[in-house]
Design a protein around this ligand. Structure first.
Ligand SMILES: Nc1ncnc2c1ncn2[C@@H]1O[C@H](COP(=O)(O)OP(=O)(O)O)[C@@H](O)[C@H]1O
Ligand SMILES: [Mg+2]
Length: 272
């Protein structure tokens, strides 16, 4: 079953040189699966994710021929419909937790408000979620305000908060990049369980093609605001687009020693 349709999504920001289109006609459909979006920094991944949630920062503007979630036309959603969707049925883990956590509310209160459950149950689940993202002292973090947490800790609290609502669709924007490897794996395991057990749809945004390839079912490769290649994660080694091949080759290999990374050669034609 298709959960999300994205058809010809465009995001534009006004600049002194005229409008800059940073997402340029992105289309895809998502079922209850793990879809990865990869690409270098600035390729339009975050703006794609935000546009789906109607969170394009002004004065930017998003348009699409079709943007629909579970039969709801997001292009025409009313503020009331958005309130029922955001943070409840569709959640997004933003790249920078500073902008997503409410600075004047304790983590615990934000977790409880994110849950759609009776208070006592929500409290127990909040503690369990903090524990699941490997926060060692859940009680302290529960009582803390966002500014009292480190970046990595804030990221984990964010992930716990997104999971509290048990959304149907989760957009996770570089959710693990601030975390150390063991916590990364734990977070991926939690996301995996939500997809497998609850049939959640997941859009996993990352610049790390190998991580995405090993974790997702399908991968969209973005370059300069466009999807230049879409393929099953299992077929990554057969990627045809030179940009995708470049992303694969540019990653450092552990056994590779200290050789400098190869530079990604670009062709003007990719961006056309
Ligand atoms: N608020 C903004 N105003 C103007 N340009 C922006 C804004 N946010 C992002 N951009 C531009 O949009 C492009 C895509 O950004 P983004 O989606 O954040 O890339 P990614 O997540 O792939 O690194 C970048 O060139 C960035 O500079
Ligand atoms: Mg980004």
């Amino acid at each position: 079953m298709t959960l999300l349709h994205v058809d010809n999504l465009r995001v534009t920001f006004p600049t002194r040189q005229g409008p800059a289109e940073v997402v340029r006609g992105v289309s895809f459909a998502l079922g209850r699966e793990r879809l990865g979006i990869v690409g270098e920094s600035g390729s339009g991944k975050s703006q794609t994710g935000r546009a789906i949630l109607g969170l394009t920062p002004p004065p930017g503007r998003a348009t699409a021929d079709r943007l629909s979630f579970d039969g709801i036309d997001l292009c025409r959603a009313t503020p009331r419909q958005w309130r029922q969707l955001r943070g409840a049925r569709i959640s997004m883990v933003m790249q920078d937790p500073k902008f997503s956590l409410n600075p004047v509310m304790t983590i615990g209160r934000q977790l409880i408000e994110a849950a759609r459950a009776p208070r006592a149950e929500a409290h127990d689940r909040a503690m369990a979620m903090l524990d699941a993202v490997q926060i060692r002292d859940p009680a302290r973090v529960f009582a803390a305000y966002p500014h009292e947490l480190s970046g990595g800790m804030g990221q984990r609290a964010m992930i716990a908060m997104m999971l509290m609502a048990e959304p149907d669709l989760l957009i996770a924007d570089e959710p693990t990049s601030a975390l150390d490897v063991t916590v990364q794996i734990e977070v991926l395991r939690i996301l995996d369980r939500l997809v497998e057990d609850r049939g959640m749809g997941l859009i996993f945004i990352s610049h790390d093609l190998r991580l995405v390839g090993s974790f997702c079912d399908r991968v969209l490769v973005m370059y300069a605001g466009r999807v230049v290649e879409e393929l099953a994660a299992a077929d990554l080694a057969q990627a045809r687009h030179p940009y995708t091949q470049g992303l694969l080759n540019c990653l450092p290999r552990i056994e590779g020693g200290r050789r400098p990374l190869p530079t990604l050669q670009r062709e003007a034609g990719w961006a056309l």
